[in-house]
Design a protein around this ligand. Structure first.
Ligand SMILES: Nc1ncnc2c1ncn2[C@@H]1O[C@H](COP(=O)(O)OP(=O)(O)OP(=O)(O)O)[C@@H](O)[C@H]1O
Ligand SMILES: [Mg+2]
Length: 399
């Protein structure tokens, strides 16, 4: 997938691809002066522009349909990303005669607006720039929203499947453990000591394996939200502070922990044990991502998620939350790993070192608590988890 270099907010850099110096000058004049003060970069051929685009991003591109080495549509096709239905930046096509075919093609291949060259003016340039960026931003938002929705649906499907398996597996383990206990009791009454000595380690081995299986199922049940929560109303700081104490003792000296906890965070209603487990799981992963040591930052703050935010994050609901953020200075992870980290049994650790259940428990616990979790990660730059837990309001406070 093409990386979208588009940055929201103020337009800083624009690229004009046109072999006609007069047109380039018209655009430069319209955009570089106050109040716009935009840096205007110029390319006279498609190849030159392609080189510039491979080196850096632009907030918008003005693209002439007729270039000496190729036509504008061929140029657009090179950069158009079929998966996202987007060019890497908003594009305004400049056309000589305004042929309908050219314009339709341009819009089909990722342009967002066009100007007919005969009508070129400072106003038409500024308006086309704003319009192209607005359309581009809408598409980008839609794309992100669709991605998030797909991910949430996938996690639900994995959850349902896991839930069925965990349930059936639990029933089998109950039968195995029940019969093992019966066997053990019966063996105590046997007169043949030699036979008992021979059999009892085997029965104990069965019991140990079945108990491990039961632990695994318990972890899976946190992911599938079937664990009964022991919820209480608390302010997170004291619970986070005591977990940090535990982490400092267990993660070793090479991991520094820095906490910035807001004084006035709202109360939340959660299962404290599972919350502490979630923090520990995230911090242990952070340690594993920092083999030479590093830093973990933990912070809390109150946040209000409004309708505008949920349009881009449809997996979240508008509410007041206490947000707990945990960042590390570790290796970070590539996008294809980040997409999968909450799936049960997904691990990149060598066989025997990770079960891949740590984060699926974090996910299940947070969802069951009415919260959300977001992960930002960049290779070489570290990782941040944002956990949103809904603000608890007592019924009296709602009156
Ligand atoms: N802070 C992090 N930095 C880099 N990668 C991470 C980070 N946290 C998680 N990951 C990636 O996510 C994967 C899944 O994490 P998860 O905690 O679910 O399982 P695990 O740590 O591999 O095994 P387990 O926690 O069950 O022992 C990890 O294997 C790792 O690739
Ligand atoms: Mg883990």
């Amino acid at each position: 997938m093409t990386e979208h270099v588009y940055s929201r907010g103020k337009v800083k850099d624009v690229l004009v691809i046109d072999d006609d110096a007069t047109d380039r000058m018209a655009i430069r004049r319209a955009l570089s002066r106050p109040p716009h003060e935009i840096n205007v970069f110029e390319a006279a051929t498609g190849d030159e522009a392609a080189r510039m685009l491979s080196e850096r991003g632009f907030d918008c591109i003005f693209l002439d349909y007729r270039l000496p080495d190729m036509d504008g549509i061929t140029f657009l096709k090179r950069f158009y990303d079929i998966d996202t239905d987007l060019a890497p930046s908003p594009v305004v096509m400049l056309t000589g005669q305004g042929s309908e075919g050219v314009m339709t093609d341009a819009l089909r291949w990722g342009a967002h607006d066009y100007i007919i060259k005969d009508n070129i003016s400072a106003d038409s340039i500024v308006i086309a720039l704003a319009k192209a960026r607005e359309i581009y931003e809408l598409r980008l938002n839609r794309m992100h929203a669709e991605e998030k929705l797909r991910h949430a649906q996938k996690m639900d499907a994995v959850g349902q499947l896991t839930s069925g398996i965990a349930h059936d597996f639990n029933n089998l383990l109950t039968v195995i453990l029940g019969n093992t206990h019966l066997l053990m009791r019966k063996m105590q009454n046997l007169s043949n000591a030699e036979a008992t000595a021979m059999i009892s380690p085997k029965v104990e081995a069965i019991e140990t394996a079945a108990r491990k299986g039961a632990d695994l199922v318990r972890h899976l049940m946190v992911f599938t939200r079937q664990r009964e929560l022991k919820e209480e109303i608390i302010v997170l700081n004291s619970c986070i502070n005591s977990t940090i104490g535990l982490l400092r003792r267990t993660l070793g000296e090479r991991v520094e922990i820095d906490a910035k906890l807001a004084e006035d965070t709202w109360p939340v209603c959660i299962d404290v044990n599972l919350f502490e487990n979630a923090l520990i799981n995230i911090a242990v992963n952070a340690r594993d991502a920092m083999p030479k040591g590093g830093k973990i930052w933990i912070s809390t703050q109150n946040v209000n998620v409004d309708d505008e935010y949920t349009r881009v994050h449809p997996d979240m609901s508008a509410d007041n939350y206490v947000m707990v953020s945990i960042s590390d200075s570790g290796t970070g992870m590539p996008e294809e790993v980040r997409q999968r980290i909450f799936e049960p049994f997904y691990t990149t650790k060598p066989a025997g070192e990770g079960t891949g259940l740590g984060l699926s428990m974090v996910y299940g616990f947070i969802k069951q608590s009415g919260g959300h979790v977001q992960v930002e990660s960049e290779l070489g730059q570290g990782t941040t988890f944002h956990i949103y837990l809904p603000r608890h309001t007592s019924p009296a406070a709602n009156v």
